[in-house]
Design a protein around this ligand. Structure first.
Ligand code: G16
Length: 539
């Protein structure tokens, strides 16, 4: 019943910042998905006795791909798969199940925050036994394997019924279909003070959670409405749809516009949040108030004592280099470890495993802790609710008090999208060559203290990663340039700007950053080289 099928390699199966991301149509090409999966199984080597977790965010092509994955796992000798009911599992829920059951790895079929549908994107995230996505050393091996693949193995059998909870068999392989939500809810109950949050809602506190027609809908309904008692209807866009109902499930000011408009209107709730396609990103809003992800990380870290699971102390905190420095001041105040890593959650995994950090976060709307090895959207929302319940303060009050205490890092990100790859690569290469000449220079009143690529030496496995170019000014302001690693076509240049003020706390971020933006565009010659005088997305 095991078929061996001849295939031709594809040359583009290289994983980016978070797994393989491609246009859905690319993944639907004959044998494309099969080639990639077989390359993973070949890289793993002997799969006998191994157990993997399987789920997805429900996007278009998930249902077909998951059946192929199951049949290929059986044909490659896998002992057991733990699969989310109807093929659904958020990325954080998957990481939890993986760690809880001490499995050998897991697959989440998702292109995360990228749009779905036949004309959208598809993706595959692959985590190993750490619960985190595999390091580059392994994804490089998979890529090399994919370029030479000549056959794949697949079980010839009817589709598995994934709506039925319980155990089924495919050949010798066991398939356990589990409730996608239950374990995750239990984990959250162990971390946060649910009774305090219940009281908050019982006293009339209002919330809106936008699941963006993606995977977190069922999780959010269960946790916020059913368990914690938020009013019915607090969770919107709650049903996972194959095309996310046309939404771009990226929880930021641009793509979660409906929620942002609501929260800046007269009808705003006390609190709002959105998650992305696979539930690992979050955006936090108060009444007419937006919390940057960099500030959110700093505020959560500063308040760790309010949360039952962390009240006895945390090891330290990590952030990506592109994230603002706000959390560094909190780490210093609490005398805890502080780490700066390249963009990509996988870089936090070694730091968590070695008890160097407990919390971590990124500017790209990701926050999390060592409860799992992925960022966790609902965790961040519950953390905020727990702080609000414990302090009785609003999102805005909590944030403004934080700035009073630590000063404010004004921070914005500008994305220049759809750039020809060659142009973007050359822009970055030329800029890197130019950096040494910038050291010590003064531009429009900003004196450059250091201009260099960001190089990370992992303290655990001693691997070295170079990612992004950073210009640091004498007053602590920074410009960071990076190419996105999550797009499915062309290149996106990201420009991150940061400027710190100890006492000017109420300015408009753009006003504070205008001069830095001008310098950033000039130095990299972005308008001249890309034809773009304005960013496509500003967050
Ligand atoms: C992935 C990674 C994140 C990273 C983000 C942005 O997120 O897991 O750690 O910050 O990509 O990547 P880039 O700037 O390269 O586009 P997700 O939510 O897409 O899995």
């Amino acid at each position: 019943m095991i078929k061996t099928i001849a295939t031709q390699p594809y040359s583009d199966q290289k994983m980016g910042t978070g797994g393989l991301r491609k246009k859905t149509k690319v993944v639907m090409q004959p044998n494309y998905f099969e080639n990639f999966m077989q390359s993973i199984f070949n890289t793993i080597g002997d799969s006998s006795g191994k157990t993997f977790v399987v789920g997805g965010d429900g996007r278009f092509y998930n249902a077909i791909a998951i059946q192929k994955l199951i049949k290929m796992a059986a044909a490659n000798g896998v002992a057991k798969l733990i699969v989310g009911q109807n093929g659904l599992l958020s990325t954080p829920a998957s990481s939890n199940i993986l760690l809880k059951n001490k499995t050998d790895g897991g697959f989440v079929l998702s292109a995360s925050h990228n749009p779905g549908g036949g004309n959208g994107d598809f993706g595959i995230k692959y985590a190993n036994e750490t619960g985190g996505q595999i390091p580059t050393s392994i994804s490089d091996k998979i890529f090399e394997t994919s370029k030479q693949i000549s056959e794949y193995k697949i079980f010839d059998a009817p589709d598995i019924d994934l709506s039925r909870l319980g155990t089924q068999k495919l050949g010798d392989m066991e398939i356990e279909v589990i409730d996608s939500v239950k374990d995750y809810v239990e984990m959250m109950e162990r971390i946060f003070d649910f009774s305090a949050i219940k009281k908050l809602f019982a006293n009339g506190f209002s919330m809106r959670f936008d699941a963006m027609n993606a995977v977190t809908g069922p999780y959010a309904i269960r946790i916020f409405e059913e368990v914690l008692g938020a009013t019915k209807g607090s969770v919107v866009h709650a049903i996972p749809l194959p095309d996310f109902g046309g939404l771009h499930p990226d929880p930021n000011l641009v793509y979660a516009k409906e929620l942002v408009d609501f929260m800046f209107s007269e009808h705003a709730a006390d609190f709002a949040a959105a998650n992305d396609g696979d539930g690992d990103r979050n955006m936090i809003l108060g009444k007419k108030f937006f919390v940057t992800p960099s500030d959110s990380l700093a505020i959560l870290t500063d308040n760790f004592k309010l949360i039952p699971a962390y009240k006895n102390g945390i090891f330290g905190v990590g952030k990506s280099a592109a994230t603002s420095s706000a959390v560094s001041r909190v780490a210093q105040a609490h005398n805890i470890g502080y780490y700066e890593v390249p963009t990509g959650w996988k870089y936090f995994v070694n730091l968590m495993d070695s008890n160097r950090i407990t919390f971590c976060g990124e500017e790209s709307f990701g926050t999390g802790s060592s409860h799992i090895r992925e960022k966790d959207g609902i965790w961040a929302v519950l953390f905020w609710l727990n702080i609000i319940a414990a302090t009785g303060k609003s999102v805005e009050e909590i944030t403004r008090e934080h700035w009073q205490k630590y000063g404010r890092s004004y921070y914005m990100r500008f994305d220049f999208e759809g750039i020809t790859t060659d142009i973007a690569d050359k822009l970055m290469a030329d800029l890197e060559n130019k950096l040494p000449l910038l050291n010590g220079k003064e531009i429009n009143g900003f004196k450059i203290a250091n201009a260099a690529p960001f190089v990370y030496n992992d303290p655990v496995d001693h691997s070295t990663t170079k990612n992004g170019l950073i210009i640091t000014f004498e007053d602590g302001s920074r410009i960071v340039y990076r190419l996105s690693g999550t797009g499915s076509s062309g290149a996106t240049i990201r420009v991150y700007l940061e400027r710190y003020s100890k006492d000017n706390l109420n300015a408009e971020p753009l006003a504070m950053l205008t001069e830095l933006l001008r310098i950033a565009l000039d130095v990299a010659e972005i308008p001249e080289r890309t034809g773009k005088h304005q960013a496509d997305v500003v967050t």
